[in-house]
Write a protein that binds this ligand. Structure first.
Ligand SMILES: [Zn+2]
Ligand SMILES: [Zn+2]
Length: 348
């Protein structure tokens, strides 16, 4: 596979200003590898970043864009021993330092020096040594690139599921029906829990139902949706487990309200910085609620995600709705498809 001297790369120049530039193809240095992108999947984070930037992902302008990616190794830097030329890989979009306070406490998603990698929407991607060492994963021949790229969001969803630690037969209430919902529905089946989804959009909910959600309730179409949800949850007591996957203060509060005494509430959807919510202390104390947030993923979870996708236990159906060439990026990002509920695979 011949590597061209220049490549197309999608760059973020500012809010709603993306440009496909022709830039020099990077050459891998010590411990680095160059990957020819096979597919990059779009993500809610991309749409948010496209519109308003990102406090953690965008450091300087113009900034490379996209973070769910897989492809083929086309060039190896000096000292890379664990990978081969032409190997198909999925590229983790971060790697913890392994040395800081939180890494030492085995909380690598809280790493004080978490290295992020963006630039999935590009012909080639230079993978830094730390990611090569900690979060680059070979993929089997029969796993297509678009599906492999779902390892990133799946790793985030696994992070939530591991912290929730559901027991078979428990009732899990999912708030939200976006792409993450599709992954939560599939994982819930693997864990043997009954998932009930509560969200606004009936079309997205129908998609979750088709993928195996026990019951779906629309906040915009069903009469008394909250009563309906309660009736399905432990005879009105509330859900054993609640996942908030929307990221709005009103759904954070709803999540707490719909948990049963002793129930667990996982805040998966991040709200805008500075957001505050109101909590009923009676419920927290006397009803022994357990509330916690989850953020991002870790190399261990990323590896587990790659494995689940490789084994076909989690599928891309119902999630990746189409493929578009990189030069047509405007169709997804600029021309109003931003609100599309699911994912596209962008192919250079
Ligand atoms: Zn993502
Ligand atoms: Zn660290």
């Amino acid at each position: 596979m011949k590597v061209s001297d220049t490549m197309q790369q999608l760059l973020w120049y500012g809010p709603e200003d993306l440009r496909l530039d022709q830039v020099a193809t990077p050459k891998p240095g010590l411990g680095e590898v160059l990957v020819k992108i096979g597919a990059a999947t779009t993500c809610g984070t991309d749409f948010k970043t496209f519109k308003r930037g990102h406090p953690r992902l965008i450091k300087k302008i113009p900034a490379p864009f996209g973070h769910e990616m897989s492809g083929t190794i086309v060039s190896l830097g000096e000292g890379v021993k664990s990978f081969k030329l032409h190997q198909r890989v999925v590229v983790g979009n971060s790697a913890p330092c392994g040395k800081c306070f939180y890494c030492q406490k085995d909380s690598p998603s809280l790493c004080e020096d978490l290295l992020f990698l963006n630039g999935a929407y590009s012909e080639y991607l230079l993978v830094p040594a730390r990611i090569v060492e900690k979060n680059l994963h070979p993929i089997p021949k029969d796993l297509d690139f678009a599906t492999a790229s779902l390892s990133e969001p799946l790793a985030c969803v696994l992070n939530a599921m591991e912290k929730i630690n559901p027991k078979p037969g428990e009732k899990l209430l999912l708030l939200g029906a976006g792409p993450m919902g599709v992954l939560f529905v599939q994982l819930a089946k693997l864990y043997g829990v009954e998932l009930i989804a509560l969200a606004r959009d009936p079309k997205k909910l129908a998609n979750l139902k088709a993928l195996g959600a026990q019951e779906v309730i629309s906040l915009s179409q069903d009469a008394n949706p909250l009563d309906k949800a309660r009736a399905l949850l432990n005879q009105g007591r509330g859900a054993d487990l609640v996942i908030e996957a929307v990221g709005l203060p009103e759904t954070w509060e709803m999540a707490v309200n719909l948990a049963r005494p002793g129930g667990k509430v996982c805040f998966y959807g991040g709200c805008a910085q500075g957001t505050q919510v109101q909590l009923d202390t009676y419920r927290l104390h006397y009803e022994e609620l357990q509330l916690f947030g989850v953020f991002h993923h870790t190399p261990r979870l990323f590896k587990k995600a790659v494995q689940l996708l490789s084994e076909g236990k989690i599928k891309a159906e119902g999630l990746v709705v189409g493929k578009i060439p990189l030069r047509d990026y405007e169709k997804v990002f600029v021309k109003g498809l931003q609100s599309h509920p699911l994912k596209y695979a962008v192919i250079p």
